[in-house]
Design a protein around this ligand. Structure first.
Ligand code: MN
Length: 486
């Protein structure tokens, strides 16, 4: 990408971008890195541009693009942060500094990573754009990983798999997550990667003609019913998710992978989404239990779409995903979608919504908790899959998998937690240690006069949040009464 192409690409989605500043940043980075080569022999500036390429894909604002161009200048050249501040201002300097700090965290396996994670979340809470730049930087590093020594390849790929991928998932940035996971997968499990590739390629070729047929049939029917179609295309599952599915199902071929290729239908409005679903079900019989309404109930990372899997033409099983263009953009870019220039005004309130969990974790940092304990609960709170459960009034509560009624109670309110004596899950009485499952309706039974939680709950509660609150209540009781409960 040349400087002119860079400017043209920003202009294509953000006509108000400060072009002069972007060009200046490009010249500045190119001059600063002049003479420096990457291990593959390319000029260093290609890495800056490679990073910015992904930021442009995510349609980042101009400050993020500028900081992306400059992200390695303070670490790799004689230029200081003060120079950046003087030349480009405080905002850019803060972004560059944040990325540089993240770059200094040395990854030595997940167990010793607690401190680094803590810093990473602090920087995310400070300015989420820092993590976007870091994602883009990591993407380009992975794309050019071939040139590095094998040991370093493994370290970087492992770090991406353990840390960056789950965070990209949690932030709903599919664009980043899908690329990171396939690249990291390729380096960590080269044999599995190539065997999946050799399974998938012929299968895709075979399905191509079939799916064209399905698309034609469907678009005729949708047209006839007045559904506003934007596009119908097929999407292929990432190699890594195919691999994971095959592991889970203990299969060695693609037979049971129904969603290897899904049809993605983009329609104009939410009501068009439901009309399209109706049309599909009139044409083809749906598989039981595979209809998902993520529009009425979005996933924890805000993913919205309608999914259904049907016995399609000639009895083949095909999955359909139905979205509006807005849902599509959000599904690709997640939290990053709110940084699109057009959303600039709304961004502050929108951004808080997606990042509550980061703030919550930071706010609850308990100084007495050691790194091991902190990491254990962090891994649980963030890296676990999420489930949805409901209050009796129908409010949706989003918890990690394996969370218990105790976690639920403390999530609602510390006082509900403290007074908790039992739980009703889907109208049946259950013990407080029963693991909750998505879709459960949970009612917490409380006793007004209960003053102290049970110490035993510490071993039942799975979330960091609940454990910290229980400990605080136990301590408070100890101080008040002078008695210790153990
Ligand atoms: Mn870099």
């Amino acid at each position: 990408m040349t400087k002119e192409e860079l400017v043209a690409r920003i202009a294509s989605y953000n006509p108000n971008a400060d072009h002069t500043m972007v060009e200046l940043a490009y010249e500045y980075a190119a001059t600063a890195h002049r003479g420096q080569k990457r291990l593959n022999g390319d000029d260093y500036i290609t890495h800056c541009m490679g990073t910015v390429h992904h930021l442009l894909k995510m349609r980042m604002d101009d400050a993020t693009i500028i900081a992306g161009l400059l992200h390695d200048v303070t670490d790799e050249t004689a230029i200081t942060l003060d120079d950046i501040k003087a030349e480009f201002g405080e905002e850019i300097a803060l972004l560059v500094d944040g990325v540089s700090r993240l770059g200094k965290l040395k990854y030595r396996g997940l167990e010793r990573y607690a401190d680094n994670l803590r810093k990473l979340f602090v920087s995310m809470a400070h300015d989420i754009r820092i993590i976007f730049i870091k994602f883009a930087d990591r993407l380009h590093n992975l794309e050019t990983l071939d040139a590095l020594p094998a040991a370093k390849q493994q370290r970087i790929a492992r770090e991406v798999m353990d840390i960056y991928m789950p965070i990209a998932h949690r932030l709903g940035i599919w664009y980043v997550k899908s690329r990171l996971e396939d690249l990291a997968f390729q380096y960590l499990y080269p044999q599995d990667h190539s065997s999946i590739a050799s399974l998938v390629a012929p299968e895709l070729l075979e399905r191509e003609e079939y799916l064209t047929l399905v698309r034609d049939t469907l678009s005729r029917v949708l047209d006839a019913h007045g559904v506003g179609i934007e596009s119908i295309e097929s999407r292929v599952k990432t190699y890594f998710s195919i691999y994971r599915k095959m592991e889970k199902k203990k299969i060695s071929d693609l037979e049971g992978v129904y969603d290897l290729v899904a049809m993605r239908i983009i329609v104009r409005s939410v009501s068009d989404c439901y009309s399209a679903l109706g049309c599909i079900h009139q044409l083809w019989k749906p598989l039981p239990g595979r209809i998902k309404d993520y529009i009425a109930q979005p996933k924890p990372n805000n993913y919205r779409s309608l999914h259904t899997t049907v016995f399609c033409t000639d009895g083949d099983i095909v999955e359909f995903q139905i979205q509006t263009p807005e849902m599509r953009v959000e599904a690709q870019y997640g939290v990053a979608a709110h940084w699109h220039y057009s959303e600039a005004k709304k961004r502050s309130e929108k951004i808080t919504g997606g990042l509550d969990w980061v703030r919550e974790i930071l706010a609850l940092q308990d100084k007495t908790v050691d790194n091991q304990e902190y990491l254990r609960s962090l891994k649980f709170d963030i890296f676990k899959k999420r489930i949805f459960v409901f209050t009796p009034k129908g409010d949706v509560i989003n918890l990690p998998e394996e969370a218990t009624p105790i976690d639920f109670a403390y999530y609602i309110h510390s006082d509900i937690g403290r007074r908790c004596v039992g739980a009703r899950i889907n109208d049946s009485l259950c013990t407080l240690s029963t693991p909750l499952r998505s879709g459960d309706v949970v009612e917490i039974l409380t006793e007004r006069n209960r003053k102290v939680p049970s110490v035993h709950w510490l071993s039942i509660a799975k979330t960091h949040v609940a454990r910290v609150k229980i400990k605080a209540q136990l301590r408070e009781h100890e101080l008040r009464t002078g008695s210790s409960i153990s």
